[in-house]
Design a protein around this ligand. Structure first.
Ligand code: KG4
Ligand code: ZN
Length: 354
């Protein structure tokens, strides 16, 4: 049984979590505090990096205090500190990495530098399941605001090679990420940033067949995605409806049609991967798996297509950026010996790119 402190500040969420590893496959969140910057960035329609890092500076300590208070333990009891080191906004990452170093140095704890996407994949292990519940190989879809990746996972994370994310990557978006497409379409429709959850909510009152929108690369034999054409198509549609004076009435239909286009493309590439690579299970992680239409499709439609290939998704609370997933990813890497001692990590730097 070991305890990990996770720190995540790669973008606009300042999140700190205390996670207990109760057995190899059983992680329990003792405490988690997340300070969202959504409201701060909303007037700008997107994240302003300088404002993000300044806000992290203000919130990192109160967030730590809250997480540790929830966990009801002293920082002395923590076995190691896991921090998102890459990729992300450099100023934001630096706040988390510096806080992790300072805490680690003060409490003499090892430090684990975590890749943000490994964190998202590790969020699958925050559900209480048996190790054997993950039949391998597993196809992993990472669908977030910054990434749309497909990974082929023949081993569980305790056996991941250090370059797992590179060697396992079979497909990615050639332009916008799926979450980015949701957000850009949300912006065109006048929703606050980030638009994904607004499009999701509004789509519930719309008809997904109201407008025919492009599903790029869906008929092509590639695992790559492309979402920028969809954004352009929605922009042209919005202009046309505005000229006709019927834009406002059609917002729910546009949301439902655009959402269906994004999810259809994800669905077709995931299905292609499962069939061609003979995957035995599916994991979908990242902010877009919070989408209610995608979650419902996985719950209701998946089994009829791929009966012997169970789908796994993280609990809703751990879909978008959070520190619990970073603590879990750190725990796997710690077990493999990928950690640094206080005299080794003071020169460790944050990296904007992976
Ligand atoms: O994983 P995440 O928190 O941050 C990144 O690592 O990028 O994902 C954020 C993304 C945003 O683009 C947001 O709009 C999208 O996840 N998102 C959603 C929903 N909730 C969050 N997209 C569609 N439907 C949702 N309900
Ligand atoms: Zn993320």
């Amino acid at each position: 049984m070991s305890i990990f402190l996770g720190i995540e500040t790669s973008c606009d969420e300042c999140s700190i979590s205390v996670v207990e590893r109760r057995s190899k496959n059983n992680f329990f969140v003792l405490g988690i505090a997340t300070s969202s910057q959504e409201k701060i960035h909303q007037p700008y329609g997107g994240i302003v990096p300088e404002i993000a890092s300044r806000s992290h500076l203000e919130t990192v300590l109160p967030t730590l205090v809250e997480a540790v208070k929830q966990a009801q333990l002293s920082l002395e009891k923590v076995d190691a500190i896991a921090v998102t080191q890459r990729p992300g906004l450099i100023g934001s990452l630096l706040v988390g990495v510096t806080a992790a170093k300072a805490l680690g140095y003060a409490y003499k704890k090892p430090l684990i530098a975590v890749h943000h996407l490994e964190g998202h994949i590790a969020s699958l292990f925050l559900q209480q399941r048996q190790w054997d519940d993950f039949p391998l190989p597993m196809l992993i879809a990472v669908v977030s605001g910054g990434h749309t990746h497909l990974h082929y996972m023949p081993f569980l994370p305790d056996q991941w090679p250090i370059d797992f994310l590179k060697t396992s990557l079979i497909g990615r978006s050639r332009d916008d990420a799926a979450g980015e497409a949701f957000d850009k379409i949300g912006k065109l429709l006048g929703f606050p940033y980030p638009g994904g959850c607004w499009v999701d909510q509004t789509a519930k009152n719309g008809n997904p067949k109201a407008f025919s929108l492009p599903r790029a690369l869906s008929q092509v034999d590639t695992y790559d995605f492309s979402f920028s054409g969809l954004k352009t198509a929605v922009s042209l549609l919005v202009n046309r409806l505005q000229k006709e004076g019927s834009f406002e009435d059609h917002i729910p239909d546009i949301c439902a049609s655009a959402q269906a286009a994004i999810i259809d493309v994800l669905w077709s590439k995931i299905s292609l991967g499962i069939l061609k690579l003979k995957c035995q299970s599916l994991g979908v992680v990242g902010g877009v798996i919070a989408n209610s239409y995608l979650r419902k499709k996985l719950e209701c439609d998946w089994e009829s297509l791929f009966l012997k290939c169970p789908p796994f998704i993280p609990p809703l609370a751990y879909c978008t950026d959070n520190a619990a997933m970073i603590a879990v990813a750190g725990a796997f890497r710690f077990e493999q010996g990928f950690f640094l001692r206080p005299d080794e990590y003071l020169s460790l730097n944050a990296l904007a790119h992976s």
